[in-house]
Design a protein around this ligand. Structure first.
Ligand code: NI
Length: 389
């Protein structure tokens, strides 16, 4: 595989710019999927549409099908107005690639091109998963439901995310838990209305809700093993009618983050217990809708080691950062890891102020030099895995 190729670099950057300029929201990535299919057709890699706006492609190596490695790129954008003044600025008002998913798609098409050029020397297959709707945490599950992990079932899956707090030319590797499970809960506390001067005649939903909010602060500090990480945040609260009326209904919405299944279960159980306690203490009625979004993202030790070694070889040891702590953000790549082992890593993309804005910022941008390099690194790693080098 030849790595010194200016045309290749330009091509990957152009692909990224096209996708960046034409962003589409989660579940609506029709044109993005069409564009990806067109690129796969140019490479003559067989592909099919899954989950409406997702694309799965399968490249078969000519030297046998011992193993299959899956690669995943997410392709959706965010509901933001782009603040960058670049020539490839979003033309879709209110929609922007502010999380780098444009880069992920471009990097994976680059890896597909390189692996395809080398398919006569490959002992296995590569499944490319272009996944929609990562931002609303559901795309991965839909792709899995539509059979993306069948025929053939991949032996492992690799994924990467552009990272604005790692310098371009470097990668971040994390062993074990990398990102948190994401849950959402909606609580309704129902009381009974009364005059504010006669609270004993009503059931005050505000006092009960306030008690609940205070008591959930002890879930993490008193009920979760201090070695495990978890967060409980209530981000929204609504209710009440006037200064002199006992409030009869409060609604609250919050999120729970946890880095393993044990902590995830324990937080949920504790929140439910507290609501039961609230009913008996305050005479209110509580309803909860508890939704489980992303699973915790746990990297396989063995596959992380493979990616780590390959990164040391490709980027050089000094450019590989081994991350100590998991992030409490979520990533639906975790859904694949519930089915097959794999590794998720960070590709550094910052190079100065313009490329150091955080994810989901209206000025988010990347050092594009990182993209062709990442494509080559991924192709290099896949080749090592398939050919047992
Ligand atoms: Ni993202």
């Amino acid at each position: 595989m030849s790595f010194e190729n200016k045309t290749f670099e330009k091509e990957i950057i152009n692909i990224r710019r096209f996708i960046h300029q034409n962003p589409e929201l989660s579940g609506k990535e029709y044109n993005t999927a069409n564009f990806i299919e067109k690129k796969l057709e140019e490479l003559k890699i067989p592909h099919k549409r899954l989950a409406k706006t997702g694309v799965a492609a399968l490249l078969k190596g000519s030297l046998g099908q011992e193993k299959t490695v899956a690669l995943r790129a997410d392709i959706d954008a965010l509901p933001l107005d782009e603040a960058n003044g670049v020539p490839y600025k979003s033309v879709n008002k209110g929609v922007m690639h502010a999380c780098g998913h444009d880069c992920h798609a471009a990097v994976m098409l680059g890896a597909a091109k390189l692996l395809n050029e080398n398919k006569n020397n490959l002992k296995g297959g590569v499944k490319f998963i272009f996944q929609p709707a990562e931002e609303i945490a559901g795309g991965a599950k839909k792709m899995i439901k539509d059979g993306v992990l069948r025929n053939p079932k991949p032996d492992m899956i690799l994924g990467a995310h552009i990272c604005p707090w790692i310098k371009s030319g470097k990668v971040g590797i994390k062993y074990g838990a990398m990102m948190a499970a994401v849950d959402k809960f909606t609580v309704i506390v129902k009381g009974r209305v009364a005059h504010g001067a006669y609270p004993h005649l009503g059931k005050d939903a505000i006092t009960a809700a306030a008690y609940f909010i205070t008591s959930v602060q002890t879930v993490v500090s008193r009920e979760i093993d201090p070695i495990d990480n978890a967060v409980v945040t209530i981000g929204k609260i609504n209710g009440g009618a006037a200064y002199n009326i006992i409030c009869d209904e409060i609604s609250m919405v919050g999120t729970v983050r946890s880095v393993n299944k044990k902590a995830r279960r324990a937080v949920k159980k504790s929140i439910l217990n507290k609501l039961n306690g609230l009913e008996s203490s305050f005479g209110v009625k509580c309803k909860i809708v508890y939704e489980s979004y992303d699973a915790p993202l746990i990297n396989s030790k063995e596959i992380t080691e493979i990616c780590h070694n390959s990164a040391n070889e490709f980027y050089g040891k000094d450019n590989v950062i081994v991350l100590e702590n998991p992030s409490m953000g979520g990533e639906d790549f975790a859904s694949y890891l519930e089915e097959i082992p794999g590794n998720f890593m960070y590709i550094g993309s910052s190079n100065g102020a313009q490329t150091s804005y955080p994810w989901h910022h209206c000025s988010f941008n990347v050092d594009e030099k990182a993209l062709p390099q990442a494509a080559k690194y991924i192709a290099y790693t896949v080749e090592k895995i398939l050919n047992g080098k």
